[in-house]
Design a protein around this ligand. Sequence first.
Ligand SMILES: Cc1ncc(COP(=O)(O)O)c(C=O)c1O
Length: 285
Amino acid sequence: MTTVYLNGRFLAPDQALVPVSDRGFLFGDGVYEVIPVYGARLFRLDEHLARLAQSLAGIRLADPHTPGEWRRILEDLIERNGSGDRSVYLQVTRGPAPKRDHAFPAVVTPTVFASVSPIAPPPADLAERGVAAITREDIRWKYCHIKAITLLGNVLLRQEAVEAGCAEAILVRDGEATEGAASNLFLVRDDVLLTPPKGPFLLPGITRDLILELARDHGIPAREAPVPASWLACAQELWITSSTREILPVTRLDGAPVGTGRPGPVWARMHALFQDFKARQRAAG
Ligand SMILES: Cc1ncc(COP(=O)(O)O)c(C=O)c1O
């Protein structure tokens, strides 16, 4: 992280200071986005900015920038931070307030922060082995469609996964699988790709939508439908997806193999389509 953006200025990270009265710090009162950058190009920026606008509307905070302003800020930030594949983190909080009070302050001056980080490459033996996951009860709140910085439920669930030697916790609410602690969920059942429908219990993932688009464009049968938790253990394939982890095949769930215990053919096809899509975006930039 060499240069970060804070409230209109590009700064060294140790110069970027936020007051302790900031409601992001005190209440987790804010929203965020994580946007991959392939080459010098922000991947699916319009979709990320649309989701940011939805998240801001969900917490009743005015969007501090137009899409054009966001693009200029983020492209400027990327240019100041070297080259290659990276990801942009951006966060908007309800800003500092004169006193610590749960209700919104009368005057809101949002805090806008953005930084750039390297994207970790997928594990080298991914196509051979896949990753392991655990299932857990979804202990989070009921506005999971908002990409809020208030992430304690996700944090605790992901930590449980890490302590179990797993890449992710797959969450179950009222008997249905919803998503991962920081990813969306896909499974293959009866040769059809399934993912839970959008709603308040899961984040509308940008990667998720792209996978559905690629499936539609390439004749891979796919459906958005509720996924009873009992389908997880007998799925032919299970995947978790996110902007930074792309499409990870889950080959062990709660200690038992998923399908053949190896990444499946639908994953291999979708992984190739996704890589091809990325390469074309990079070339277009
Ligand atoms: C809870 C949750 N669900 C889903 C996702 C995947 O969303 P995206 O594909 O937009 O990264 C994330 C990403 O971090 C997440 O935190």
